[in-house]
Design a protein. Structure first.
Length: 85
């Protein structure tokens, strides 16, 4: 049996699929935004920091809105049975 993982004896293994229902991970986005802020010229860093702050506040507002929507009871129409004679 060959222990070489690159041998042609077996087909290459595929990585496992992501788990069902996996949520979005925002950490790469935040790393990108921080990198952009650090790479900006000094004159623009304050403006970019303010832009990132506004983006994060908007994201927070969207999350709050969505959570409020989840907490509300469902708005199903009221149905009344009417007897037919």
């Amino acid at each position: 049996m060959n222990a070489d993982p690159l041998s042609d004896d077996e087909p290459p293994r595929r990585p496992p699929p992501p788990p069902y229902g996996r949520s979005f991970d925002p950490s790469p986005l935040f790393v990108l935004l921080d990198g952009m802020r650090r790479a900006a010229p000094r004159e623009m860093q304050g403006q970019l920091t303010q832009l990132i702050r506004e983006f994060l506040l908007t994201l927070r507002s969207l999350i709050d809105w969505y959570l409020e929507r989840l907490d509300r009871p469902s708005r199903e129409p009221e149905v009344e049975d009417i007897p037919i004679d």
